[in-house]
Design a protein around this ligand. Structure first.
Ligand SMILES: Cc1cc2nc3c(=O)[nH]c(=O)nc-3n(C[C@H](O)[C@H](O)[C@H](O)COP(=O)(O)OP(=O)(O)OC[C@H]3O[C@@H](n4cnc5c(N)ncnc54)[C@H](O)[C@@H]3O)c2cc1C
Length: 380
């Protein structure tokens, strides 16, 4: 942790999250993974703690937290070995908060902040991943509503969500296809919305990536969140930079959790008559792990400190995400290695950290997309 960059309130929040994780999460994660989903009480606890509405102002029923609080929450939860619905907390709530009309905010944010309704962010399609401009979901403007048709894939927590923030084109054949993309709020119980395939994932076994199908869905005109070609779309994309920092913070947390376990293990495990932490090869690996974790954390806090001062952090957030994603995979891999064969078993949990962290370099902009963004920013 970077205490020098945290306010007293930030530190109190960190201590609260850590205590919560130690009491309510760490003792249960292994069981939850075996069952293959978080129990309802998990989301209830997150809601009671105010985490689901962390970024929502108090006037809409949220906790009024900052992006630094979000980084703290993500790191501590990652460290405990769980994920929270980041797209709910960040992408969905923030899009409605920052781009929504007063009516949309009043209708959605209080229930989302209290955890009564979980949000999912629906952008990716079978043929439009990194290339979002190629999406084929289309919402045709009718009298008083939009007729939405499309298929979204890999949607985090799609099947437990009751509110979808959906990107779909309202205009076709534009010279710049992304200019035709609008954003809608769609209720799960609207006729024509259904859940398709749930992916069988390498890790993250407690939460899901789901296909969401929209078939002749009548979306009321008052649920248009961001019209195509408006400055709101660009603003939403800028706000997503900080979501990259949330993703990176999770990775720092997973790496820290795997490292903590490894440090403990290396001090306890005796081979050749002494703890393996006394072998130089092991000591250097532990030192490398500690350096990389702290370096990733510094990149995140550099980005968020600049964001707080009003800077657009496209470059900094991409740097933080790219570095943290790869760092965490490396750290978790080393954690398994330093545990020897025990690390390859479920008993010591580091194998779960490795599997869970691997997917974070895809969601929220892949490693290569981050590199493209960084290169764009430094070359422009
Ligand atoms: C854990 C997880 C959670 C997710 N959650 C959500 C969600 O909640 N909502 C949602 O809408 N989507 C979600 N996604 C989907 C995610 O946004 C996409 O996986 C991502 O945009 C990449 O798309 P793709 O998988 O189709 O890969 P592709 O875009 O097909 O890319 C394949 C490979 O080519 C590389 N590549 C692509 N374009 C370029 C380029 N121009 N230059 C260099 N390399 C390139 C990519 O980096 C990748 O390595 C999630 C994915 C994961 C794994």
């Amino acid at each position: 942790m970077i205490d020098s960059l945290l306010s007293d309130e930030n530190k109190m929040f960190r201590d609260t999250v850590r205590k919560f994780a130690e009491e309510k999460i760490i003792p249960n994660v292994k069981t939850w993974e075996k069952v293959g989903q978080y129990p309802d009480e998990y989301y209830r606890h997150l809601s009671e703690m105010g985490f689901m509405g962390l970024l929502v102002p108090e006037e809409y029923g949220g906790a009024g937290g900052s992006l630094i609080d979000l980084a703290i929450l993500c790191e501590e939860m990652g460290r405990a070995g769980v994920s929270i619905p980041l797209t709910h907390v960040s992408a969905c709530c923030r899009a409605i908060l920052n781009q929504g009309t007063e009516d949309q905010k009043r209708r959605y944010l209080p229930d989302m902040a209290s955890g009564k309704k979980i949000g999912a962010y629906c952008q990716t399609e079978p043929n439009a991943g990194s290339d979002a401009g190629n999406m084929s979901s289309f919402a045709e403007k009718k009298n008083g509503y939009y007729l939405l048709n499309g298929r979204k894939v890999f949607i985090s927590n799609g099947k437990i969500a009751s509110v979808f923030v959906v990107l779909a084109k309202t205009e076709k054949n534009l010279p710049k296809p992304s200019k035709g993309i609008a954003t809608f709020i769609v209720d799960r119980d609207t006729a024509g919305v259904s859940i398709g395939k749930t992916e069988d994932l390498m890790g993250r076994h407690c939460s899901s990536l789901d296909e969401i199908i929209f078939e002749n869905v009548k979306v009321p005109a008052e649920n248009l969140l961001i019209p195509a070609g408006s400055k709101g779309f660009k603003e939403m994309m800028i706000e997503f930079n900080s979501e990259r920092c949330g993703n990176a913070s999770f990775c720092v947390g997973f790496a820290q959790g795997a490292y903590d376990r490894t440090l403990r293990y290396c001090k306890e495990r005796v081979q050749f008559g002494k703890p393996i932490s006394e072998f130089q090869g092991i000591r250097w690996t532990l030192a490398e792990m500690a350096i990389k974790i702290q370096a990733a954390r510094l990149l995140i806090y550099d980005a968020l400190t600049k964001e707080k001062k009003g800077k657009i952090i496209a470059k900094e957030a991409s740097m933080a995400k790219k570095f943290a994603n790869e760092m965490a995979v490396w750290v978790c891999d080393q954690a398994i290695q330093l545990h020897g064969a025990y690390g390859y078993t479920a008993d010591y949990e580091v194998e779960r950290y490795y599997r869970d962290v691997r997917g974070w370099s895809m969601g929220g902009g892949t490693t290569q997309v981050c590199l493209n963004r960084i290169a764009h920013e430094i070359l422009k």
